[in-house]
Design a protein around this ligand. Structure first.
Ligand code: ADP
Ligand code: MG
Length: 499
């Protein structure tokens, strides 16, 4: 071999070595970054851990806060609002009643026909539509005019198999799912907006009166007979169907719960007398907080950037409005710190771009190559060519976030049972002695619970885990659909002036 040949051979060898070294170092780097991504997920898993011991601490904290909220106004982050509902429907109600359901993503108008004793609900009709974004932040007049006009169109719609509306005034149940200080069964002032609504001039106003005025203006002969929130409506329908129903929980855009409380336990309202000796209390549990809640840096950032900072802490860990965004925050950090995505993942920086139903689709994906995960990433986040192992990691993130959410909601439910002496612990709070547990039904409503298979499964499992084998069989969780609206119509019937 001549000098030239030798030089070439050496040169080639050097280049080959350099390429090999570069490849090795890139693969080492990639492995290290992959390791970083996995470490981030592990860290999340630890931070979101909810072993049963911790859940029991949350149960106790919930029961303690419920006491405090019932003892005095402002005594707890739980408002424990009186609803003035002392009688729940029992099946004897009769007639045609209307209801409106406003409280989150969709707005519903309903008509319910009741046949009286034994015949249950003869028929009901629901019309649902999204609330236009601009009305969520406009004026109260615009919002209530819009609602009244939809209701009028609904009432006037013909040929739908319902009885014609007679000329006399009709009673309406109004489900308004924001914190309201109730003044009577049919009136109450808005305390504050939640779930992305912000119509400043409505705060402090009587919401039922706003709607009554809008209905009069548009020529509708109707009045609000019952102003309730979605939890109360759901409880009403649950009780109508099964009289062992004592509590209702909403897990949709937001989360909240209400339950039947003895009036003598409502200390902040001494001398409160009701026919039944009980009253439905709207907990507004979305605002619950306890140091036992497993909070992560992602939750803190979400809260810091929210319009209602330091409020609705429980809701921000549990409800449909937020779960997708917690996952997005985790994925964004993974993309920033460990370039696991081949494509730039700019869209991950956009708040709320990953909606919770999309997250549920990814989580519920049981195809071998996680096709649905790939589709969501490509179509909604514009990230393509995501390797299978990264998709698997993403599913794990969804699992961690949902598992925590559903288990915390379960702890909240058991907290209510504990407060009312139905958790089998002896009911110290309610003065009941240990004995055979009573059959107890809790109705659950909301798109998140109904639509997200894993959420529901984890929640149900956690309830049994916390209660234990002896008590769990006595506690039934029943799914309710449209209960928030139908229940309001039932309550309009119970509290109707024509009854
Ligand atoms: P609202 O709470 O506004 O009355 P819903 O009870 O219908 O409305 O809940 C709607 C919310 O539930 C959505 O905003 C979404 O966050 C969540 N959701 C609905 N469907 C699903 C689903 N299939 N998977 C996960 N979350 C869902
Ligand atoms: Mg709802």
């Amino acid at each position: 071999m001549g000098r030239v040949g030798l030089g070439l051979a050496v040169g080639c060898a050097v280049v080959t070595c350099a390429i090999a070294a570069a490849l090795v170092s890139r693969s080492v780097r990639r492995r290290r970054r992959w390791g970083q991504a996995v470490a981030l997920v592990r860290e999340l898993e630890v931070a979101c851990d909810t072993p049963v011991g911790r859940l029991r601490q949350v149960v106790d904290a919930m029961a303690v806060e419920m006491h405090a909220g019932l003892a005095s106004d402002g005594g707890s982050k739980l408002k424990m609002l009186l609803t003035f509902i002392d009688n729940l429907p029992d099946g004897t109600e009769e007639g045609t009643y209307y209801a409106l359901d406003l409280g989150g993503t969709n707005f519903r108008v309903l008509r319910v026909q009741l046949g009286g004793k034994g015949s249950m609900i003869l028929s009901h009709k629901v019309e649902s539509q999204p609330i236009p974004q601009e009305l969520m932040t406009g004026t109260s007049e615009e919002l209530f005019n819009f609602i009244a006009s939809i209701l009028k169109r609904f009432v006037q719609s013909e040929n739908d198999g319902f009885q014609q509306l007679p000329d006399d005034r009709k009673d309406l149940g109004f489900t308004f799912s924001f914190p309201v200080k109730q003044l009577s069964i049919s009136s109450g002032v808005l305390i504050k907006w939640t779930k992305g609504f912000s119509i400043e001039d409505a705060v402090g106003k009587d919401i039922a009166q706003c709607l009554n005025e809008a209905m009069t203006k548009i020529g509708l002969n109707m009045r609000v007979a019952a102003l309730v929130n979605d939890t109360v409506g759901t409880l009403a329908l649950g009780h109508y169907n099964d009289e062992d129903t004592v509590a209702a929980v909403i897990i949709g855009t937001g989360t909240n719960a209400c339950y039947l409380e003895r009036t003598d336990a409502i200390i902040k309202c001494q001398g409160l007398l009701t026919n039944s000796g009980a009253m439905v209390v709207n907990m507004e549990w979305g605002n619950f907080w306890s140091s036992h809640l497993p909070r992560t840096s992602y939750d803190i950032a979400l809260d810091d950037e929210s319009p209602n900072r330091n409020e609705q802490g429980f809701e921000k860990m549990i409800s449909g409005m937020y779960l997708g965004d917690i996952v997005r925050r985790v994925l964004y950090r993974m993309a920033e710190e460990s370039d696991i995505f081949l494509d730039p993942a700019k869209n991950l920086s956009v708040p709320f771009i990953l909606r919770t139903p999309l997250m549920a689709n990814m989580h519920d994906d049981d195809s071998p190559d996680l096709t649905e995960v790939g589709r969501v990433l490509e179509e909604h986040l514009k990230i393509s060519r995501v390797p299978l192992k990264v998709r698997r990691l993403i599913v794990r993130v969804c699992d961690i976030v949902t598992r925590r959410a559903s288990r915390l909601a379960a702890a909240g439910i058991v907290g209510m049972l504990k407060k009312t002496g139905r958790d089998g612990s002896g009911g110290v709070a309610s003065g009941r002695t240990r004995g055979k547990p009573r059959r107890t039904v809790v109705v659950v409503e909301g798109g998140l619970y109904i639509g997200y298979t894993m959420f529901k499964q984890y929640l149900n499992e956690a309830i049994s885990e916390i209660l234990g084998d002896e008590v769990a069989p006595y506690v039934l969780l029943k799914v309710s659909e449209d209960g928030s609206g139908i229940g309001a119509a039932l309550l309009a019937a119970v509290y109707s002036s024509n009854r």
